[in-house]
Design a binder for this molecule. Structure first.
Ligand code: MN
Length: 733
């Protein structure tokens, strides 16, 4: 195909013009020139390159800059960096060049962005340790995170041009790290889009299932929203408010999660949308006007007392402000109503960057974010040796809802829901945490493990004789407290281990064994103890037996018939050794027949979309692509993932589970079992039925050939009178 270069040149300029239009409002004198310069440098640098889709590469940096301008609201420096973000990494342009052309600040941000892609995009795996580096780099300048998010968003929007494995990997990382980051930065629109796209590529069945249903039910929803807002519109107008009122659908991802975690069907989810009222009002009247609107709504519709959320008096720490209530609408349906001002709305959609626009009023919220970045930096300074665990803690803190509690002097601290008195102590100061012996909550004595409720006033009691204990790790949930306790325990262990070292030395001497590094390491390997420090620690506690040393001496003198293996086999070995014993799946790029096990966590059967995961001790395990563990495996250990595909025409049976829910009709159980036993080639392994107050729940484990077979059976069961739901379940009983 011939490429029309002239037309492309025009299109590039056209896209540039649209970009300039989008950032115009924010530009100051001289900004336009510097953006123009960045654009020209980027065009020149990328001129020979094309994207996977065949388009000129420069479309990508322009699109990223467009997102930065329009959806994040970055200023000129951010736009310049977005345009240049891939140059140092992918073209001949050097960081020095950038510094010479655009100055120190731009070079620093580009350097941050380049470092991240060095970590993420070029290696086949993202490991937790790398995540840490990413976060560390990003916390240097917030714009590095924001541009990286815009970059990721555009790559997700254009993911269809990538190979399937690449799609899985990128989409998993997106759900694992980038969407939570966007959430934490208050970039609600970007977070939602990242999550929806992430779901689309990691579990397309789940995605389209909901997308289609949402579309089908749209007219019905529209009618309902119309009916709901009609009377409110009139009154709000009469009261002189300038306002917008509309229905906002919830994201596909959040609906999907609800069906998964709460086990409810799409049809049963009542909050498929929320009503949003955005009023235009001066800053000093914001709070009282929002409550006025609340009062008008609740005159009309009855509110649920448990579901009032006031994030205007106490904003979330990502800056979110809004007043939420849930009211009983027409047709006896609960409806969530969100009340906010234009300023709050913009903040909620665009997050951090929107703060700049409202600089004066948002000073304290900005410092909130500064605090958060500071906390990230602190956490990163104290890296946990087990980086994956660190990521888990960290992510937990990114996602969780927040509560607030007060010190005796009335200072407010924000903590994740579920935080304990001990978390609070560490939040005040590391020393306070380490020496904490108890706490008084609202003047009453409570244990360290007391779970804080929002609004508690907490006084921490300390003693300088106190030190962190092992079981404290079970009392805390914040990443900060966890990492501080762990590093303090490590210190303590180190001291104990020093005593143990002397004990070990004497024991070696008694058994005529030289106390050399080699011997110590061999002994550790012999006992399968991970490090010499761990060995010494055990020795200090009296947990190393003389018998074990004697056995080791014997083994050393005669290593041919060891009872224990000293090394774990390499992955390559594992793969080649396992060759040729199975014939239902083909594995790897060259689609070989290898040995594998079906993972019990998701119970795959032929027809399922699957991948292989190389485990250390148990060979290759096959997981379903939508296995609950898949995202973690794919994003952290992509290098251990191998392709896997089912071979056709198998008549071997696989165990699968289904759950049936219904009303307790007479003869229901009988009908179900009859259907299953009448089906060809299906054997039941177990069946369990419970009824509770007219509700019926059954779990059946059956042997089937493949998904087609299973889906067919599920369809038939759905038609049985009294059955309301039939679902496949992941785990074996
Ligand atoms: Mn890029």
């Amino acid at each position: 195909m011939k490429i029309d270069l002239e037309a492309e040149r025009k299109e590039i300029l056209n896209r540039y013009k649209i970009l300039i239009k989008a950032c115009k409002r924010r530009l100051e004198k001289g900004d336009k020139e510097i953006i123009r310069k960045a654009f020209e440098v980027a065009v020149e640098a990328h001129k020979e390159m094309r994207r996977k889709s065949g388009e000129p590469y420069i479309y990508h940096p322009i699109a990223v800059a467009q997102i930065c301008a329009e959806e994040i609201g970055l200023g000129a420096t951010g736009i310049v960096c977005a345009l240049l973000h891939d140059t140092v990494e992918d073209t001949d342009l050097t960081l020095e060049d950038v510094k010479g052309l655009f100055g120190e600040k731009v070079a620093q941000i580009i350097n941050g962005l380049t470092k991240i892609s060095g970590v993420i995009d070029n290696t086949s795996s993202i490991q937790a340790e790398n995540f840490r580096k990413v976060l560390l780099t990003m916390s240097e300048d917030i714009r590095v995170i924001l541009i990286k998010l815009a970059d990721r968003l555009h790559n997700m929007r254009t993911l269809e041009h990538m190979k399937r494995e690449k799609q899985m990997k990128i989409a998993s990382e997106t759900l694992f790290l980038y969407a939570p980051l966007a959430h934490r930065l208050g970039l609600n629109n970007i977070k939602t889009e990242l999550e929806d796209l992430g779901l689309k590529y990691t579990n397309s069945d789940g995605y389209y299932d909901i997308a289609v249903k949402l579309q089908e039910t749209e007219p019905q929803r529209k009618r309902f929203v119309q009916k709901f807002i009609e009377p409110l519109k009139e009154i709000l107008g009469e009261q002189g408010f300038t306002f917008k009122i509309f229905g906002r659908p919830k994201s596909i991802y959040s609906i999907y999660n609800k069906t998964k975690t709460k086990g409810v069907a799409f049809e049963e989810i009542y909050d498929l949308f929320a009503i949003r009222i955005v009023i235009d009002t001066p800053l000093e009247q914001e709070k009282s006007d929002c409550w006025k609107v609340y009062s008008i709504i609740t005159d009309f519709y009855h509110p649920s007392p448990e579901r009032l959320r006031d994030w205007i008096s106490t904003p979330k720490s990502n800056g979110y402000e809004s007043l939420h209530t849930t009211v009983m609408g027409p047709e006896g349906k609960w409806v969530e109503v969100q009340i906010r001002t234009v300023r709050m709305d913009e903040l909620a959609e665009k997050g951090y960057a929107a703060h700049w626009k409202y600089k004066d009023s948002a000073a304290d919220k900005e410092s909130n974010l500064e605090n958060w970045l500071q906390r990230i930096r602190e956490m990163l300074e104290n890296p946990d040796p087990n980086a994956l665990e660190f990521m888990d803690d960290f992510k937990l803190n990114l996602f969780s809802d927040e509560l607030f509690a007060f010190t005796p002097k009335g200072d407010m601290k924000t903590l994740p829901v579920g935080a304990t008195a001990l978390d609070f102590a560490f939040e005040i100061h590391t020393k306070v945490g380490e020496q904490c012996i108890g706490a008084k909550v609202n003047f009453k004595l409570v244990p360290l493990s007391y779970e804080i409720k929002s609004g508690d006033q907490i006084e921490i009691l300390t003693s300088n004789k106190q030190t962190p204990k092992e079981d404290w790790l079970g009392f805390v949930i914040t990443a900060k407290a966890k990492s501080k306790i762990k590093s303090s325990l490590k210190e303590q262990r180190k001291k104990v281990a020093e005593e143990g070292r002397e004990i070990m030395e004497r024991k070696f001497y008694k058994n005529k064994l030289d106390f050399t590094l080699q011997n110590v390491n061999d002994f550790c390997a012999f006992l399968k103890i991970p490090s010499s420090q761990e060995l010494f620690y055990r020795a200090a506690l009296g947990n190393v037996d003389v018998k074990e040393i004697k056995e080791f001496v014997r083994f050393k003198n005669n290593p041919v018939k060891p009872g224990r293996k000293t090394a774990t086999p390499k992955i390559e070995q594992l793969v080649t050794n396992a060759r040729g014993s199975s014939d239902m799946l083909v594995i790897g790029d060259d689609m070989q027949k290898l040995d594998y096990k079906l993972s019990p966590c998701c119970n795959p059967i032929p027809g399922d979309d699957v991948f292989g995961f190389i485990t250390v001790g148990e060979g290759i395990k096959i997981h379903r692509v939508n296995c609950p563990n898949a995202i973690k495996l794919l994003s952290n250990y992509a290098y251990r993932v191998v392709k896997a595909k089912w071979l056709n025409d198998q008549m071997i049976s696989f165990l699968a589970g289904i759950k049936i829910i219904g009303t307790d009709e007479l003869g229901l159980v009988n009908n179900i079992t009859k259907i299953i036993s009448n089906e060809n080639n299906i054997n039941m392994r177990s069946i369990k039925f419970d009824t509770d107050d007219g509700l019926f729940e059954g779990t059946i484990m059956i042997y089937v050939h493949d998904t087609k077979h299973l889906n067919h059976l599920m369809e038939v069961l759905k038609k049985v009178k009294g059955v309301t739901r039939v679902d496949r379940i992941d785990e074996k009983d």
